[in-house]
Write a protein that binds this ligand. Sequence first.
Ligand SMILES: Cc1cc2nc3c(=O)[nH]c(=O)nc-3n(C[C@H](O)[C@H](O)[C@H](O)COP(=O)(O)O)c2cc1C
Length: 482
Amino acid sequence: MWKPPQKIKHEVDPGPWPTADQAAKSLLYSPVRVGRLELEQRTWVPAMVPWRASEDGFVTEDVLDWYERFARGRPGAIVIEATGIRDVPSGPLLRIGHDRFVPGLGELARTVHRASDGHTRLFIQIIDFLAIKRRPDPTTYFRKYLRITDRLRRNLEAEYWPEERIREHLIALADDDLDEILDERELEALRMGYRERVDDVHLPHIRELPQVLPDLFAQAARRAMEAGIDGVELHYAHAYTMASFLSARNRRTDGYGGTREARARLPLEVYARVREVVGPDYTVGCRFLTDDCIAGGSTPEDAEYFGAAFARAGMDFLSLSRGGKFEDARQPAVGWSVYPYTGPSGYECMPVVISDEFGPFGRNAAPAARIRKAIRAAGFETPVVLVGGFHGFERSEAALRRGDADIIGSARQSLADPDWFRKVQLGRGAETRICKFTNYCEGLDQKHKQVTCQRWDREQMDAHTRRTKDGKRRMTAPAWPA
Ligand SMILES: Cc1cc2nc3c(=O)[nH]c(=O)nc-3n(C[C@H](O)[C@H](O)[C@H](O)COP(=O)(O)O)c2cc1C
């Protein structure tokens, strides 16, 4: 993962813990309305993909165990990982693109409600993503994938060469020469792997996204409702389709790109169709970015506009993340796909303890405060969820008191210790297992390995401990009380 060049090591310090009485009087442990639902407390476990679904996208025993473990800590809400809305193979990522997925998701909803004794609300993040290919071996790329166009022939001064000769010639060329001859997208396909864009409107399936996506999202939301999940989070963040529509990099000229208004159009149309299908009572919100954190991307000013527009449209909550884009991601090894959390914008999304002067904690707080303020100024009370390095009571409470947000999400800290909400509430915060913020979990995610935490991998292991496929790590956090 990319790290800021300053390489300043920051200490992880959760700060003082409250007594049970102080927790009971805190904002963090006070209820908040989210649409027609009430969360008992303003704590939130954001979406995290743990690579535990079956190869064809179904809920497995491991998925049930994973969410059951979070539910035992009784946070205000848990968001189920990014779940695909299309009925297409996508490896062991959860899917919701067909009614056959409903029974498994129903089992998941019952598991979470039971394990939290009804204290936790369950949302599901629903996602669309575009095609992305692995970085090819250069010889294969030139022999098999590169399209030999007239422009390429002209660049090579090889107008009359047979295609095969051009391909073999390209294989022998040095990188510098290729820079002169191939265009930007061809170079990207060669060096990073081919990746579709929302403004590739010459491709019919990309041109038609505005016609296709509203109903795909809406049917996915209906299935979530039928499964007994309490609400949906439309995934409008990071590197995926909807975030790419919102991004200032979206250059579509068909009314769905360019200006802010046009970029927000499809996200608003998706929401409108979802609402039409699930009705007024079901909780629907979205996750989007306070800042793309890439050159030419959307800024907090854009996000203020989007936040107010989503609130005006009637969304029930707005969860704010930052960065996590493909555009600045690191070059993958041959045979691997580019991963959106490996560049500077990825750092902004999931910062680690090796950082710059600001450090890894609360990087999204000031932009979130700004966007919440814009939403309030537009006349809406829509609750805002903030994440980014929260791992203690004091900082979380202070962010709420300052008005940065209405709900505090903590992903990696909740992974390290899913019981920490309970521990703090009971005045036993000192027993919390604190995240090291080194992105051990994220490293596993990147390799599509079952996600675990270095803080619990070797704890309380015995012959009965369920282990990862490689047998080395435990699958869920150790029990508490032990
Ligand atoms: C293993 C892992 C998987 C993640 N998967 C998702 C995801 O499916 N959807 C999403 O919006 N964010 C995802 N994230 C990002 C988190 O939701 C969160 O925004 C990020 O970790 C920053 O919050 P934190 O500092 O509390 O960890 C993931 C993070 C981790 C560590």
